[in-house]
Design a protein around this ligand. Structure first.
Ligand SMILES: [Zn+2]
Length: 173
């Protein structure tokens, strides 16, 4: 039971990487980060790098080479996306010709633009509620404290207050 839960929360056993390295220098492997998909159909492969992660030298990086080979043979665009720790910017680097159809060269984007790119890859426009949600960092717009679901602007507590406000007008102080 705990293992099933761990899977769902995206927890990864760090020991498997170490164990795999023990199997030898000539048996390297990389885990594939993100497959962007739409209704189960893959639309792109993305390698995400935190701004503090060490720079990638694409030509010497065998992990990346394998990653791009998989994407290209599946006719998918492949990107490296370096992102700010506070998610304010996203630097998108195309890794194959298909990716260059979306961004011709490395392009720095704000989050709104990057998310729009991900939707465009799916042939979709970014839904307004997603934009608002991201701008509010996923928390309630009123108390700036409680997390809310994507289709909500206010947490249940603040929603109760605003309903009372609507019904009875401003309270006397
Ligand atoms: Zn609230």
């Amino acid at each position: 039971m705990p293992e099933v839960k761990a899977e769902r929360t995206g927890w990864r056993d760090p020991e498997i990487s170490g164990r795999h390295r023990m199997w030898g220098f000539d048996c390297p492997a990389a885990d594939v980060d993100w497959i962007e998909y739409n209704h189960g159909v893959p639309v792109a492969m993305v390698e995400y790098k935190h701004e503090k992660a060490k720079p990638v030298e694409a030509r010497k990086d065998w992990n990346l080479k394998a990653f791009v080979a998989v994407a290209t043979s599946a006719q998918l665009p492949a990107f490296i996306v370096r992102y700010a720790g506070d998610f304010t910017w996203w630097k998108v680097r195309p890794l194959n010709a298909l990716a260059q159809k979306t961004v011709r060269a490395t392009t720095r984007m704000d989050e709104r633009t990057y998310v729009a790119m991900l939707y465009k890859l799916r042939g979709l426009l970014t839904p307004e509620d997603v934009l608002h949600y991201v701008e509010a960092d996923g928390v309630c717009r009123a108390c700036h404290n409680h997390p809310v679901m994507v289709d909500k602007v206010l947490c249940s507590e603040c929603n109760g207050i605003s309903e009372a406000f609507d019904r009875f007008g401003p309270m006397n102080s």
